[in-house]
Every structure is written in C-alpha cells, then in structure tokens.
Design a protein around this ligand. Structure first.
Ligand SMILES: [Ca+2]
Ligand SMILES: [Ca+2]
Length: 308
C-alpha cells in the first residue's frame, strides 16, 4: 500500500498556519455587504467602522427603506442569501434609492484598493451612467459607473478618481465587453487600483457564476494616494438620479494604506468568486483540505516513528 509522502518541512504548525491564513483572508477587507439580514440597514462585515443604510428620496430629507431582496435572491441562490434589490428604480430617469455609507472613512488614505461585487438585471438597455460606487459627486472623487451598457451591445465600466489638486476626476474605461453586459444573470466585477505605480495600475476583471475571474483591461490613472474625504459613499446610485436598476450582492472594498497590497490579483479575486457562488461548499472544501493535511501529517509521523 502506498502512502502519501509529505515534505519534512510540513509541520502541524504549518497546517494550522495554512488554516488560519485561509480563514483570515479578510485581512485588508474594509467593506463587505452581503445583505443577508433585514430592515432598513445592512451589516458591514469588513474591518472599517462604516455602516450601511438603505435610503430613498431627496438628499436633504431621505426616507429609510428596506431594499433587501427575497430569500434566495443572492448570488448563491440559496435560502437565506439575500441581494440588495434596487429594481424599483428606472435607469437615469427616476429613483434615488441607494445604500448609503454615511461619511465613509474606508477609502481615506488608501495607496491601493479593489472594488468588487456582483450585479444582475433583467433590463436590456439603458445601463449608461448607472453608479455602482459613488463618493462625493461634486468633485467626482471616486466613482465606478457604467459608461455604456445594453444586453445586445455589451457594457463598459468606468473608474473615476480625482487626483490631488484637481477639482474634477479623471476616468479610465474597461472598454466594451459582452461579458460585462450579460442580462438576467449574475456578473462578477472587480477593479483594482495601485497608487504606488504611475502607469498600468488599473485592472478591470469580470467573471460569472460559471466563469472564472478573467482580466479584461489594464489602464493608467496616476492619482497617487487617496485623500481623506468626509463625504458619504453611495452604492447602487449617486446621491439621487443615477440608479443601478437591478440587484447587487457581496459588495466589497479591499485596501491598504501603504504599498500595493490592496490591489488584489486574479487568483485572490477568483477565491472570492468561488466563496460567493457556493459558500457552504467552499467552507467545507477548506475544512476538508485542512483535515486531510493534518491526517496525512500524523500518518507520516507515525510511519517515521515505526521506521526509527
Ligand atoms: Ca447576499
Ligand atoms: Ca426598474
């Protein structure tokens, strides 16, 4: 009978470290909205103190609303997985409902970051100008929005950032992509920014529930470190009239205040995609992998002791 042979360097401590590292993959994860709760607010599972509130109506006098979708409306489709349902809006013409992160501090001082999440809509046209993320629309400090979009023509995402000293932002486009424009199914999106680099520092990615994360476009936006900003971060709209007319789920911000580590790579993003698609299976697989390594380690030690 053949036995699994493991390198001598593999210790139980290393296995435990592996499990701990896997479990703490949330490091640098500042915002995470999964929407699997209820009411007019929603929990932020990230490390920042920011909180999310669903609002509708005029900026000065908004109304608290519950924009949780039904059970099973989330990316996994499992019972208990809810999405942010913003379908009550109409593209660009009406609807101010949004997830408001009041006076968000999560983006302040970041040298690198990644915005990621999932969107889904049955609407086939009119995506242009819809906001996924919007902070400080007056100066367009940071926005991620559709530059164009329709089921037939594909869609493009724009990341806009205000560089230091500018009053208006500069934007970079993902270009037109059929994969970003899929209607009636969940689309995984991510855009990373590495402010420690002055060129080729923006990357747009996409994926789906059945397609692995793929790099779509590399671009340049020389904006350096993000300035501290007292403004609200709105998700799924700007302040009032650029709604994403559809569903959103598992909205995340990763970031670092020094270095480029906040700009996640394709493999890291693919791990998150897999966790989102089959959360239970991913957790079970992780635990099984760890247990198998531990059992193999103890078996190997047992064989060594027999041979000694
Ligand atoms: Ca969810
Ligand atoms: Ca609608």
């Amino acid at each position: 009978m053949k036995h699994l042979r493991l390198p001598r360097s593999l210790s139980t401590a290393a296995v435990i470290f592996f499990l701990a590292a896997a479990a703490s993959s949330a490091s640098g994860q500042l915002l995470e909205f999964r929407f699997n709760d209820s009411g007019t607010t929603t929990a932020n599972a990230g490390s920042s103190t920011d909180t999310g509130a669903f609002l509708d109506g005029p900026t000065a006098t908004p109304t608290a609303v519950d924009l949780h979708g039904a059970s099973g409306s989330g990316v996994s489709g499992l019972a208990g997985d809810l999405a942010f349902d913003n379908t009550g809006t109409t593209w660009q013409t009406s609807g101010s409902s949004r997830l408001k992160v009041e006076a968000s501090t999560a983006l302040n001082g970041l040298t690198s970051f990644t915005l990621s999440g999932w969107y889904k809509t049955s609407e086939t046209t009119g995506w242009a100008a819809a906001r996924l993320f919007s902070k400080n629309t007056t100066g367009n400090a940071l926005e991620l929005y559709f530059s164009t979009g329709s089921k037939a023509g594909g869609a493009g995402l724009n990341l806009a950032l205000a560089t230091p000293g500018q009053t208006t932002s500069t934007s970079v486009s993902s270009g037109l992509s059929a994969d970003l424009g899929l209607a009636d199914q969940w689309v995984f999106f991510a855009v990373s920014y590495d402010g420690t680099l002055t060129e080729d520092n923006i990357r747009f990615y996409y994926g789906s529930t059945t397609t692995e994360v793929t790099l779509l476009t590399v671009g340049t936006l020389n904006a350096g470190t993000l300035a501290a900003s007292p403004f609200d971060l709105n998700i799924g709209n700007n302040v009032s009239n650029r709604p994403w007319d559809g569903y959103l789920d598992n909205i995340r911000l990763f970031g670092a205040t020094s270095g480029g580590g906040g700009a996640l790579g394709m493999a890291q993003l693919e791990s998150w995609r897999q966790v989102d698609v089959i959360p239970e299976a991913s957790t079970a697989l992780l635990l099984m992998t760890g247990l198998t390594m531990l059992m193999a380690r103890h078996h190997f030690r047992g064989r060594r002791n027999e041979a000694a």
